[in-house]
Design a protein. Structure first.
Length: 352
């Protein structure tokens, strides 16, 4: 079925669009009261992810409220390590944790990539249900964590301010980390290709923690594996291009290298000037970003001004997907999201 609104796909491929498309990282989430209600009905965040009917419902919630240009499948990046047997759980107010983080060498040697069609069937079922429900209105984005960002949680066992356990493995037992990363790479390739086959029309790789590495370590332990993922992806499904987006939080110093791995678009956090990023890599890739999520905690005037700055810095060009520089805060007033989307729609026509 042909998409009624294909501005996201066109922008990712740097083709002309009448305005700048917009979607938001974590657009289905706790800032929406209807999300919180569905999560309560599911019992927990993880139960919500694992129930395709309810996951479909929350995927569609932000689209019912706002004229967004894309849906993103409701899930989490940590479903892969969960499917590997590490036992994902969410302690109240503490973020994700694993019952069995990777500690002993034998546990690491035993690690295998899960078959997404069995162990992650619930995500694929959600993808196909959402695609059916969208009925071609807007494209559906699938996603995965990067091999390195997944390894951070798998080794650490939880979120961390400095990821000391991963870094100590990186410097003292690089062979073990490379083994985890190789398994993760195969897992991510199989998972994203399965999402594409189930109906995802673009895919995004979240490298949330690559930015905490040294220059050399980023290339060796993060980017090299993300590059292998991109090389292993299906770039076309049923004759239609499936664009890929790579987002490295804190990756502003490495934009040229990220843009060179063969992805169609590069996600930007809010620490880079999108105009400079365009000069540096805009001839090769589309750019997605880069509003500071904290702007959405302010007023309509500030939101309009900050959107204006980003659109103006990107300038009169194709290839920009408006987004936040990281996930939306749970404290965001929903009406500020409406202001953001109206503003981007209203102002961006002048740049196309
Ligand atoms: O964008 C979307 O709407 C799709 C859904 C999505 C979620 N997580 C839902 C979620 C996506 C794309 C993610 C990605 C994700 N998950 C990342 C990469 C992006 C990033 O934010 O850096 C990471 C690192 C995770 C791991 C994770 N999941 C963390 C650290 C947390 C806790 C942080 C928090 O906000 O509480 C989660 C939980 C999570 N994932 C929630 C949602 C809506 C909140 C859980 C809840 O409802 O209680």
């Amino acid at each position: 079925m042909k998409l009624k609104n294909d501005t996201l796909i066109r922008a990712l491929l740097r083709q002309p669009t009448p305005y700048t498309p917009i979607w938001l990282m974590r657009q289905a989430g706790r800032y929406l009261p209807e999300y919180n209600q569905t999560r309560t009905r599911a019992g927990s965040f993880l139960a919500l992810c694992k129930n395709p009917d309810l996951a479909t419902e929350v995927t569609l919630q932000p689209l019912a409220r706002y004229p967004l240009d894309a849906a993103i499948v409701f899930s989490d990046i940590l479903t892969i390590p969960d499917a590997m047997g590490l036992g994902l759980y969410f302690a109240d107010g503490e973020g994700p944790k694993f019952e069995r983080p990777l500690r002993a060498e034998w546990e690491i040697r035993d690690l295998t990539a899960p078959d997404p069609t069995t162990h992650l069937r619930y995500v694929l079922d959600t993808v196909s249900q959402v695609r059916r429900a969208l009925a071609g209105s807007v494209p559906l984005i699938g996603f995965s964590g990067s091999p390195f960002t997944l390894a951070c949680y798998m080794v650490e066992g939880q979120a961390s301010s400095d990821f000391a356990a991963v870094k100590s493995m990186l410097y003292q037992r690089p062979d073990l980390l490379h083994h985890i990363l190789a398994v993760n790479t195969n897992a991510v390739i199989a998972y994203l290709n399965a999402q594409i086959e189930a109906g995802a029309q673009a895919v995004m790789i979240f490298d949330t923690w690559g930015g905490m590495l040294s220059h050399a370590a980023f290339r060796e332990f993060s980017l090299a594996y993300t590059a292998r993922v991109i090389a292993g992806l299906k770039h076309e499904h049923e004759g239609v291009r499936v664009p890929s987006i790579v987002f490295t939080k804190g990756g502003g110093g490495w934009l040229e290298r990220i843009a060179a791995i063969g992805c169609d678009a590069v996600g930007l956090d809010w620490m880079v000037d999108i105009g400079e990023a365009r000069t540096r890599i805009g001839a090769r890739v589309a750019l997605q970003g880069n509003l500071d999520p904290a702007v959405l905690l302010s007023t309509p005037e500030v939101i309009r001004r900050e959107c204006g700055v980003i659109l103006e810095r990107y300038g009169r060009n194709n290839g920009h997907v408006f987004n936040l520089g990281h996930g939306i805060s749970q404290h965001t007033p929903p009406e500020n999201v409406a202001t953001l989307i109206e503003t981007v729609r209203g102002l961006s026509g002048d740049y196309h």
